[in-house]
Design a protein around this ligand. Structure first.
Ligand SMILES: Cc1cc2nc3c(=O)[nH]c(=O)nc-3n(C[C@H](O)[C@H](O)[C@H](O)COP(=O)(O)OP(=O)(O)OC[C@H]3O[C@@H](n4cnc5c(N)ncnc54)[C@H](O)[C@@H]3O)c2cc1C
Length: 320
């Protein structure tokens, strides 16, 4: 006999409100304290495997539908991309913000400080962003130290994911950019071309694996410095002749590098803002090593730049 999800079973699924939610089952909350010493009689609520499958796929396909037309796409969920998403989602709850992250695990290179050490250094005034998030830190004069880089990353990540207007598509790579031609012949970036990262990695040995697309008036690229995936969007700008060449990341100079990345976070070609270490590849800026203030404040500035040009780019986007 075919299994049918009865109205009864469907309504007994746990429900969750978006922020600070309590998970309820049939309207009754159980506390973990109530489970103490009750393990012999312990039993999970019943479930059918298809319910698990539908709970995931229903939501995912709804999200794919909702975010096929996004207001802003952020490429890369490293420290810069997540900081950008936080500022944008907080400032504009009316905007649909899609984050595309190639890795299964968001956070980029910000789970550790330098050389696999735990602590994260942020130079002032980036401590303002830590206070904004409520991340505790130790004062050291011109800089502050977060005990675990992972505490910064997990906090900004969890805050971003709680905004109802943000959707993270992880394990998904941006493998091209959507372009539109303006009346004067110049190009504008108008969205991204995506694929499952595992598929992207197999274009050389499998054929016929067409991608998916997301339209958006503004794309913010924060894919990090050059590497197997990094600097993706700016490398594509070169191959599509929108940038003559990349400057290439230069040697390490913390003082010069951090100011340069924040100051030059900008719309590099119409519709595409670049921030974080990806920008060092465009401008030939110095690397900075394990000091993360510039990533956070580049994100703050990328959000500000996006909101400055949003109305104009949206009007253009709606026309074609
Ligand atoms: C191994 C390592 C090396 C480092 N080297 C340097 C260095 O040389 N110079 C320096 O200043 N700092 C370096 N750092 C410090 C620090 O990690 C980075 O400066 C910082 O993480 C950059 O932040 P970001 O947000 O710009 O990019 P990242 O933290 O690198 O985040 C970029 C994110 O974009 C994702 N991504 C990339 N391409 C795509 C795509 N096509 N589609 C979707 N997602 C994509 C990546 O998976 C990643 O999660 C390094 C850190 C580590 C762990």
């Amino acid at each position: 006999m075919m299994y049918q999800e009865s109205a009864d079973v469907a309504t007994s699924l746990p429900t969750k409100s978006p922020l600070n939610s309590t998970v309820t089952l049939n309207g009754k909350n159980k506390t973990v304290e109530e489970m103490h010493g009750q393990w012999d009689s312990f039993k999970f609520a019943p479930i059918r495997e298809s319910q698990v499958s539908r709970a995931m796929t229903r939501r995912y396909f709804k999200d794919l539908d909702t975010y096929a037309e996004s207001d802003i796409v952020i490429v890369g969920a490293g420290s810069c991309g997540l900081s950008t998403a936080y500022m944008l989602a907080k400032a504009r709850p009316d905007l649909k913000i899609a984050i595309i992250e190639a890795s299964v695990s968001p956070g980029g290179g910000a789970w550790l400080g330098g050389q696999l050490f735990s602590a994260m250094v942020m130079r002032k005034p980036a401590d303002a962003f830590l206070r904004e998030l409520g991340v505790p830190y130790e004062e050291e004069g011109n800089y502050v130290v977060v005990k675990h880089a992972a505490l910064f990353t997990s906090t900004v990540l969890s805050k971003v994911l709680q905004f109802p207007n943000v959707k993270l598509f992880n394990a998904t790579a941006v493998e091209d950019l959507i372009t539109r031609q303006n009346a004067d012949g110049s190009l504008r970036i108008a969205g991204v071309v995506t694929n499952w990262t595992l598929v992207t990695m197999h274009h050389d040995d499998q054929s016929c694996m067409d991608p998916n697309t997301i339209n958006a008036p503004i794309v913010i690229s924060t894919t990090g410095h050059d590497g197997p995936f990094g600097a993706f969007c700016v490398k594509r700008l070169v191959s599509m002749q929108q940038l003559e060449k990349l400057g290439g990341m230069r040697g390490l100079d913390m003082n010069v590098a951090e100011d340069a990345i924040v100051k030059r976070t900008r719309e590099v070609v119409p519709g595409l803002i670049v921030g974080g270490m990806e920008l060092s590849e465009v401008d030939g800026a110095n690397r900075m090593g394990p000091t993360f203030g510039a990533m956070a404040l580049s994100g703050v500035k990328a959000a500000e730049e996006a909101l400055k040009i949003f109305d104009e780019r949206k009007a253009q986007n709606d026309r074609d």
